[in-house]
Write a protein that binds this ligand. Sequence first.
Ligand code: GDP
Length: 406
Amino acid sequence: MAALTGREGPKPFTAEARLFRRPATGEPIDFGLALFMPPPNNYTGEPIAEFMVHGGPAIVASMLDALTSLPDVRLAEPGEFTRRAFENGKLDLTKAEALADLVDAETEGQRRQALRQYRGALEKRIEGWRRTLIEISALMEAEIDFPDEEVPEGVAEGARAKIAHLTGEFAAFLADAHRGERVREGFRIAIIGAPNVGKSSLLNALAQREAAIVSDIPGTTRDVVEVRLVLAGFPVWIADTAGLREASDQIEAEGVRRALERARDADLRIAVIDGGVSAKALSEVRQGDLVVLNKIDLAPPESHGITHRISARTGEGMPALIATLEARVVQALGAEEAAPLTRARHRAQLEEAHAALLRADQALALGPELAAEDVRLAARALGRLTGRIDVEDILGEIFARFCIGK
Ligand code: GDP
């Protein structure tokens, strides 16, 4: 502070106007605000100074130059502030990840989910589970260490009931259709149907731009074309898939293969038919699909099994279809209060904990020693999830994805 502004201070957490100067020459750089935030109640748990200057590139370059000319001062690595905050115990790993998500959030749904996780929703739940596991361990240790003593009746029963309860909770939590990951990465909709029914036209109508080539030569969409939309505040990927039909050449065959794969993995499918091909196309339809009859400007509407009637060309029926898509997205992603798993990393650790508890449950019949080991493994997996233990090797990867300055 003194090197740049000629004086120490300002008072903690009090912004003060200062003239910033080059330390070597004393040449003024800019007027701005200086703020000093001592630990412990700040972001990183280490002393922090913040300088607010006018944002012009020459000013910023000059300030950075002035600062890095000082001994022991260098530019931060991506995520380094958050990493230090984590290492100083200011936040757990789920909160650190949530901060990265918050900065990256492009939609309201993503922002809300990231903020909930940043405020500790996921950490609380996982730490709660971990504490229960440690209690169970303690009950079992008592049985192992004092086999001949009077361990109160029902201790083993208590442990068993708790293990069964937690196993159920883990399973329910894992069976969430990847909701939190979808909010981060996007809900996936696939448009399927026979060639020429108007899939590309529908995609364009939804995207309101020419994302896919529309043509009346069957089989023009040879690959999977995806556009990203925001529906009801959530990110959504809509894929137009190559027409599902006998392929006439290899490239098209590859398109059909990818279409099938994409359609299989989609969270929601829109099966498009037109007057001509309904019967065959409907055999592809599975439960939960929207069945959309296109080209109603041409064909007399037929009624069998159809959820929506549209004309991708005139736009008729599109508002109702979009409203349904929004409702489906909200139904799938919108549960506000829960604290979902938001990364594959979380899922992997919880799956490991779940598997360990299932083993513990089986092992209980053979005696507490084996079961206790599996309960410990389950607790470890949860500890890795919040970053309490064993995470050194993954930290670099997690924080490298942050932007600089966070
Ligand atoms: P895809 O092969 O299923 O992707 O179908 P396209 O979107 O390429 O459309 C095939 C043909 O149907 C094109 O000539 C479109 O202009 C036409 N088409 C698409 N939607 C409509 C519609 O709602 N009404 C009419 N009359 N023609 C349409």
